[in-house]
Design a protein around this ligand. Sequence first.
Ligand code: SF4
Ligand code: SF4
Length: 290
Amino acid sequence: MPSPEFDLKTRFEDEARLFMRGPDNDNRSKTNPEPAFAEPFFGYCPASDHYWETVKEAAGQDHWTPLEAFQKAFPGDGAGPGGLTVAVIVCPQTKATVADQKKASGFPAERWIRSRFFHDQVVSKLCSHLAGRLAARGVRAVVPDQVEGFGTFPHPRFQIASNWSHRHAAFAAGLGTFGLCDALITRVGKAHRLGSLVIESRLEPTPRPYEKPYEYCLFHSAGRCRKCVGRCPAGALSPAGHDKTLCGGFLDAAVPRIKELYPDLAGAYGCGLCQSAVPCGERIPGRARA
Ligand code: SF4
Ligand code: SF4
């Protein structure tokens, strides 16, 4: 008989897959409707893991620990980190989206913009749906970037920071390491969107098969590649890393052109060119796509 934790994890993942096979995972295209994202996969990290002691140094002092995120939603009940787990969901871009984006240069492909624009209605909704399903079983859970008080803000070292980073949660949960462009290199590369929850249950951790934050990036590990630098139309990438101000400027400037090209995507922004047609676009460099 499976342990209650195993059963909860299995149900959590089954419900996530079911949701992503349903009508909410939709790219909202009138001419070519199709799923916005491919089948998700998962990673888990206890809130008591030592990584969380360093997350404020890695992501900014205002980044919450899992316990802090949980206490924002459930203040004053004395929960400790020992009973909490961070669950991270990787929603890969579809093969069609990746193929289109690989062909794009200077401006992102429509499919990429579409999945970026409707991310909130798919991945964020998936996370709130899962939190609701857990609550129905009597298990409390919080989606940190949906908690009141969550925000993004200017940061002297990181240019822009927030109270919760799905990427740092995914790193902690064994799902991948960072690239020169800041995106997370996972077993399906960088073409994905992430969601995460803090769950009041001890779920078995996912092994973290790396030690360094940039271990999978060829530039950081071997001093070569820089392919993402050449893909960036904004000059936002260099050996010094990701200039979020230049990147954000390009994204803002793309908004009117996107509206002109695709009127139903008015208000959308996106780019992600550095996440495709590069050695880490669809896999961990040097390894088969898993
Ligand atoms: S394209 Fe190359 S340099 Fe850029 S993040 Fe990927 S592995 Fe690193
Ligand atoms: S998202 Fe676009 S603008 Fe931003 S760093 Fe990547 S390629 Fe450059």
